[in-house]
Design a protein around this ligand. Structure first.
Ligand SMILES: Cc1cc2nc3c(=O)[nH]c(=O)nc-3n(C[C@H](O)[C@H](O)[C@H](O)COP(=O)(O)O)c2cc1C
Length: 183
């Protein structure tokens, strides 16, 4: 598949097989992340690859209570409160973080995440941006993040749920008319 086809056919995956992708496949995704553009090529990001089921369970328990307390209009009904998994039970969960002292940290992490989604799609894996560990939630999860290896000074800017897709995605929303030409 060429780059344009990969961009046009990538979708967020929210349903994963329990099978673990190979180390080689995970590495393709991580290399794509490491080759993303970053402001002044600072590359201050970190990619923590979590395959620890116990940690994922504890993280989801914590996220569930945080999100539940924050909003009645949360997206918890996507999975129901029983067996809640913000990462849709993906076997791999990659935390993307960087030091917020640099002005482009958030942008750099977004570039890395998109590269990861495209690389995953190119090799037949499914992936989805997971936002629940970022922004204000980051400090409420700090002990768990530290345990997983996220540097203390980093903020989480996004995460990548990764695995083999187990179901086709829902139909894509039509693209909005967002292009403006000024000749
Ligand atoms: C900044 C950002 C945050 C997102 N957070 C989540 C999330 O927490 N959970 C989720 O299931 N999808 C999340 N998504 C995925 C979007 O819902 C998805 O990209 C959008 O619905 C378009 O679908 P597509 O990716 O299949 O084209 C996020 C996407 C972005 C760019």
């Amino acid at each position: 598949m060429d780059a344009i086809e990969c961009i046009m056919t990538r979708r967020s995956c929210r349903s994963f097989k329990p099978d673990m992708p190979t180390d080689e496949e995970i590495n393709v995704v991580l290399e794509a992340a490491r080759y993303a553009p970053s402001g002044m090529s600072r590359q201050t990001w970190h990619f923590v690859v979590v395959r620890n089921v116990g940690w994922l369970d504890r993280m989801n328990e914590r996220v569930f209570s945080i999100v539940n307390a924050q909003s009645k209009e949360s997206n918890l009904d996507r999975n129901g409160s029983k067996g809640y998994s913000c990462n849709y039970h993906s076997p791999v969960f990659i935390i993307v973080s960087a030091d917020p002292q640099y002005g482009t940290s958030e942008d750099d992490c977004a570039c890395a995440l998109e590269n990861m989604f495209l690389a995953a799609h190119a090799i037949g894996l499914g992936a989805c941006w997971i936002n629940q560990l970022g922004k204000g939630n980051c400090e409420l999860l700090r002990d768990l993040l530290t345990e997983a290896g996220v540097p203390e000074t980093d903020k989480v800017y996004g995460c990548c749920a990764l695995g083999y897709p187990s179901a086709p995605p829902s139909p894509r929303k039509p693209r909005s008319d967002s292009v403006i030409y000024f000749d």
